[in-house]
Design a protein around this ligand. Structure first.
Ligand code: MLT
Length: 400
């Protein structure tokens, strides 16, 4: 008889954002007269179209696929060298040296942070912040791995720090953080790198929101920290930076320096393992997407993206202003597209979700979906359109 991966019994019935979509659908069906009024500030999905240089590059790449001389079939599983080099250049402009050949291009930080778990044995201790992006917890639960949590609370500004009494082998860090918007500074990341090096641990560093950092003193990559190449893998994506949520382009840096001992006295390289995994299970991000994605990393391409990010920042400012006016404490919104606040009236987050949907037709994300420490918190995204965000804040203002 077939034996199933019963670890799936240990994950919630549905993924957080699928559950939100389900509840919104139920509301639409039961309140058809209100359906058109719904404002979605839940999932972090962008609303501005792709930038001019990306669109031009997409057209160019499509046309080149129509001509035998320039047509491309399978590409390198790691990504085209032109795209790897464009990313390495971008790192260099931000003061961080990363080898182009250590960069693996993929179709999403979600897929890569999920798939990377395959490289690690089951008996590792996985340390995850709470609250946190649910993919880290769900994927390790599906693998049957041992997850322990570190608390992100108001008291530590949602930035848990290493504890010498806690032994972890794999550590997930996300900065700027999803969902809290909190950002580690250089000293804090140095402490994490020191902990990982001392404990032969690996940091899985999600920097998907690095382009939202405005404070120049905050690191935008874990590799801004000395020693990080010996202990950290970095995941990043163009979803939020360049509006690629529907276009799909991400990159994962697995430095060659990441070599660990094996139980039989040998060594294994995480870089070689990831390369082997990708060559076996992945045929690469489409050429057309890589061609357009590479344009994002040029100075002109990034300038256009920063204009869009500036637009979202204005939304974050509107949301923050409303919360301040109401005396509701919050984090994020400055170096991050997310605003994380305590649910008003002492409500729990799913209760607040329903309350806000029913009374203001505004959709947000309940903090409980990100972990136990989020159960009295709520997340709004700044990725909406100005008019919708403004309208949502007007409704919020009259409701409280
Ligand atoms: C979020 O809303 O947390 C993000 O959109 C999730 C993601 O990037 O997968």
């Amino acid at each position: 008889m077939v034996k199933l991966n019963e670890n799936y019994q240990n994950v919630k019935d549905s993924y957080l954002f699928a559950e939100i979509a389900r509840r919104v659908k139920v509301y639409e069906e039961t309140h058809p007269e209100k359906a058109a009024d719904i404002i979605r500030l839940g999932i972090g999905d962008v609303t501005l179209p792709l930038t001019k240089s990306v669109i031009e590059a997409l057209h160019e790449a499509v046309d080149s696929q129509a001509v035998s001389e320039t047509f491309k079939g399978y590409g390198p599983e790691q990504g085209y060298a032109f795209a790897q080099e464009a990313i390495a250049d971008y790192y260099a402009r931000n003061g961080v040296e990363v080898k182009a050949t250590d960069i693996f291009i993929s179709d999403g930080a979600k897929s890569d942070t999920g798939n990377i778990t395959e490289l690690f044995a089951k008996d590792n201790v996985v340390l995850v912040p709470d609250p946190v992006y649910p993919v880290y917890v769900d994927t390790n639960t599906m693998d049957g791995k041992n997850i322990i949590y570190m608390n992100g609370t108001k008291e530590n500004d949602f930035l848990p720090m290493p504890d010498e009494n806690v032994k972890a082998d794999i550590i997930y860090l996300c900065s700027p953080n999803n969902p809290t918007g909190a950002c580690y500074n250089k000293e804090q990341l140095e402490a994490w790198v020191a902990y990982a090096l001392k404990n032969d641990a690996v940091i899985l560093y999600d920097s998907a929101y690095e382009a939202f950092i405005t404070d120049p003193t905050l690191p935008r990559s874990i590799y801004a920290i000395e020693g990080a190449k010996k202990c950290a893998i970095e995941f990043c994506s163009l979803s939020k930076t360049a509006g690629f949520t529907g276009t799909r382009f991400s990159y994962t840096v697995v430095p060659e320096e990441l070599v660990f001992e094996t139980s039989n006295g040998g060594t294994l390289s995480l870089h070689n393992m990831w390369n082997r995994r990708q060559c076996t299970k992945f045929n690469g991000t489409p050429y057309i997407i890589q061609y357009a994605g590479a344009k994002v990393f040029t100075e002109e391409g990034m300038k256009e993206c920063q204009e869009n990010i500036g637009y979202y920042r204005e939304n974050a400012r509107m949301i923050a202003e409303t919360l301040e006016k109401k005396g509701i404490s919050f984090t994020g919104g400055v170096n991050s597209p997310y605003i994380w606040f305590e649910c008003p009236k002492g409500m729990e987050s799913w209760e607040f979700f329903d309350y806000l949907l029913e009374n203001a037709q505004v959709v947000g994300t309940p903090g409980a979906g990100f972990g136990e420490n989020g159960k009295n918190y709520f997340r709004l995204t700044s990725f909406g359109k100005h008019e919708k965000t403004k309208e949502a804040m007007e409704r919020f203002n009259s409701l409280f």
